[in-house]
Ligand binder design. Sequence first.
Ligand SMILES: *Cc1c(COP(=O)(O)O)cnc(C)c1O
Length: 431
Amino acid sequence: MTTLLTLDDCRRRDAADPLRPLRDLFQLPEGVVYLDGNSLGALPKATPDRVAQVVRAEWGTELIRAWNTAGWADAPRRIGDRIARLVGAGPGELVATDSTSVNLYKVLSAALAIAAEDAPGRRTIVSERSNFPTDLYIAESLARERGGTLRLVDAADLPAAVGADTAVLLLTHVHYRTGAMHDMAAVTAAAHAAGARVVWDLAHSAGAVPVDLHAANADFAIGCGYKFLNGGPGAPAFVWVHPRHVDRFRQPLSGWWGHAQPFAFVPGYQPAAGIGRYLCGTQPQIALAALEAGLDVFAAAEPLGGMAALRAKSLALTDLFIALVDARCDGHPLGLATPRDPARRGSQVSLTWHGDAPEAAHAIVQALIDRGVIGDYRAGDGSAEPHILRFGFTPLYTGFEDVWQAVEQLRDVLATGAWRDARFHRQAAVT
Ligand SMILES: *Cc1c(COP(=O)(O)O)cnc(C)c1O
């Protein structure tokens, strides 16, 4: 049954890959197989010059005039429109601004306020127990602030756990640990049928998997600029609100950039119409320029098939990784946390470690990084949540030969026990 895949097969697939030219738009260090673009996207070659231009020419020469002459004032909306195309939102419906955590605070506030008007009994936020910590921390504070409850459930209990008390269901579309992907349309429909609104966190989806917020009839969405969108460390995030909700509520961070007339300097807050009210303060132009350069790569992908082609390649890469780990790392205490079903898989593969040395998963990742294969490790609690070795596949720049090399190094690290070396057992602040 199993077809034996060879290095040559992988090289042939790279040669035949219509998206291969996109890799040349990135500055990837020689000898590195980068499988962490789901955490921090790689550097597009155009970004340093674009950032230098903003600093030298726009800031340095135009000074304050650049807010108008260089399009600074308009950047959150202009860049937002470009992200909108990747996630099935309409023009003028999405802005690039602030961080994912801050944007979550805004949309969750709005969702709770809408529920308070429409159905005052509904004050519970439901989320996945294993959702990304910042999402749960923000939800916890808001529940406390609004006198509501945060109820954490397992994915298997969804959408049944959305009940008569539920104001909002908060989910991350592609799970950061496992790479499992929710069926956005089906979950949204079920939550709506139960009377709740849904906030989707697209941190691991935008630029990685096709998303159609309108087709799914979603209510609110937020997402990250520095993962698959390659906007650089701490890049501005994004926020989208369905037009049916957007003018109903003033998000609580009522800064002057969200005002209907920010430069009128009038007393009293009047929210801008539409998504503009989700802006707060002055936006970081240098960071926005880097994000825009990241989005230029997606513009270059459009004539090559766009998100559909990127998704096809992403699945081909993750299928290959899974098949090669099955075939070549057999006999080691590894499991697969990521769904084998392509329809339920994002753009990463997470392996679990079940060996009796629980610190091994971390050490294996460190040993791989030492050999130029950069993935990451996410600690579990050792029982219900296993330790995870996480490998992100960015179809813009990851090749089939990269997948081969990654599995070959993993096979060798396991077979030789190279991970047992003491230098791979030191803990770093950010891993
Ligand atoms: C990466 C990520 C974030 C990041 O939030 P920041 O505010 O940028 O730190 C939030 N949520 C999820 C699900 C993520 O994966």
